[in-house]
Design a protein around this ligand. Structure first.
Ligand code: PMP
Length: 444
């Protein structure tokens, strides 16, 4: 009924008044100095009203909270701990420009402007297998699918595996876009909480596995948003629970190359001997999110259905982006860049944690991440992360509130700070402003 009223309103046939309801608009009123509606001219059709035409679920998804917050007016001197992307890098851009120039001049049309295979260039898939073998993942290029960023990887997995009413288990908190993607495919998402040390509660997981979820989604290394590193024994236990309950694991791994303390832990995919793990990787956090090159390493039986879904989605990932990724990998650009940002981001991590220690308001707490881009901060009792954003914006600092990262909101008392994108010299000031905003809210 509301949609029908909306449609009539859009056509100018009715008017709504708070307290009086919706009434038919008289032609007199319409002639009364107001611009006549197009629909009144006998020959002109009424504008089409699209809302009732949308498919179920379309347009309803997407975290409007995050969009709204990103749209808040920003002071020119604002410090942004918001979006989860790496800092732009001039040296990297120059290296990529050289490679791209060479590809356009010498690579032939098939490397740049023509179609590539749905699965991605075989040479890139082989290079990705070699890269994954460094972390112990044994896979072949037939099991690898190049995708347009990890987000597309998640979407293809969701479309390939999920039906309406299926259930997906996720760590809580987790990447909000994954929650939206699984829900858009019709799934119910159930969060598995972490214990006080940030470890996945395996008892809760096992209890939920009995309800036959379609898969378990995890980001074991330097998770988004919590920055947590799942320890080796939890990874192993998770895999063995998956074996016992014959449940797939979707493992996302955008951040494992950005570890600041010691060698990285092997991905769960590297421990999997029985085709239970689908692994998703991306270059977005090492090179830049605009690059849109990621990959899926899937069990063999899943690789073809995923490729069929990819063909429907976009035929293939951009040929030039794939070739650029391949050359950047082969020529050591990705490794050099990773080594460089690992050092820079470790310093930024230390700076933000030290600034939090200096300025934190009583009741604020945080976990020091061992890698990745994020510090996950708990606010004092009574301070709501979304409400605080407006105060923080006035003070000249922004961040992402924690609520959208939970399968079961509100959990309003967390916020996520991305420290990687902020200049070293601005981090302390950003934290000072944030803590002042918390103080403002507490004083209200
Ligand atoms: N997965 C996770 C866990 C992420 O943190 C992000 C980046 N915010 C993405 C996927 C998106 O990656 P991409 O740009 O490769 O689609």
């Amino acid at each position: 009924v509301l949609s029908a009223y909306d449609e009539l309103k859009a056509e100018g046939a009715v008017e709504s008044y708070v307290g009086r309801g919706t009434i038919v608009r008289s032609s007199e009123r319409r002639d009364n100095g107001e611009r006549p509606h197009e629909a009144e001219r006998p020959s002109a059709p009424a504008p089409l009203y699209w809302k009732p035409l949308l498919a179920p679920g379309a347009g309803g998804g997407g975290s409007s909270l995050i969009r709204d917050l990103l749209a808040l007016p920003k002071r020119p001197d604002a410090v942004s701990f918001g979006v989860g992307v790496p800092a732009p890098d001039e040296e990297l851009k120059a290296e990529l420009a050289d490679i791209a120039g060479k590809l356009f001049r010498e690579g032939g049309d098939e490397s740049t402007l023509l179609h590539s295979p749905v699965e991605g260039f075989a040479s890139l898939r082989q290079t990705l297998c070699e890269r994954m073998s460094r972390s112990g993942i044994r896979t072949t290029k037939e099991e690898v699918l190049v995708v347009s960023g990890a987000q597309q990887g998640l979407d293809l997995i969701a479309r390939t595996l999920l039906s309406r009413g299926d259930c997906v288990l996720v760590e809580e908190p987790t990447y909000f876009s994954a929650l939206e993607t699984f829900r858009a495919a019709g799934a119910d998402v159930i969060g598995i909480p972490a214990d006080a040390d940030g470890r996945l509660r395996l008892d809760a997981l096992e209890a939920m596995l009995r309800y036959r979820p379609k898969f378990v989604y995890v980001i074991p290394s330097y998770q988004n948003p919590s920055g947590r590193l799942m320890d080796a024994s939890t990874r192993e236990a998770l895999l063995h629970l998956a074996y016992r309950h014959r449940t797939p694991i979707v493992e996302e791994d955008p951040y494992s190359a950005l570890g600041y303390e010691g060698a990285p832990l092997p991905p769960i995919k590297a421990m999997d001997l029985y085709d239970h793990v689908v692994y998703v990787g991306t270059f977005s956090k090492l090179i830049g999110p605009g690059f849109r090159v990621g990959w899926i390493a899937a069990p063999r039986q899943l690789a073809k259905p995923l490729a069929a879904m990819k063909q429907i989605a976009d035929l293939h990932t951009g040929s030039i982006a794939q070739k650029l990724a391949e050359s950047a990998l082969r020529e050591g650009v990705v490794d050099r860049q990773t080594d460089k940002i690992r050092v820079a981001y470790r310093e930024k991590r230390d700076e933000i944690v030290s600034a939090l220690k200096q300025y934190a308001v009583p009741g604020m707490s945080w976990e020091t991440p061992k890698g990745g881009l994020f510090v996950w901060v708990r606010l004092p009792d009574g301070v709501n992360g979304s409400g605080l954003a407006v105060r923080a914006s006035d003070r000249g600092v922004d961040y992402i509130p924690g609520t959208p990262f939970f399968a079961d909101p509100p959990h309003a008392d967390y916020i996520r700070l991305n420290f990687a994108c902020v200049d070293m010299g601005r981090i302390r000031e950003g934290v000072r402003r944030l803590c002042a905003a918390v103080q403002d809210v507490l004083g209200e």
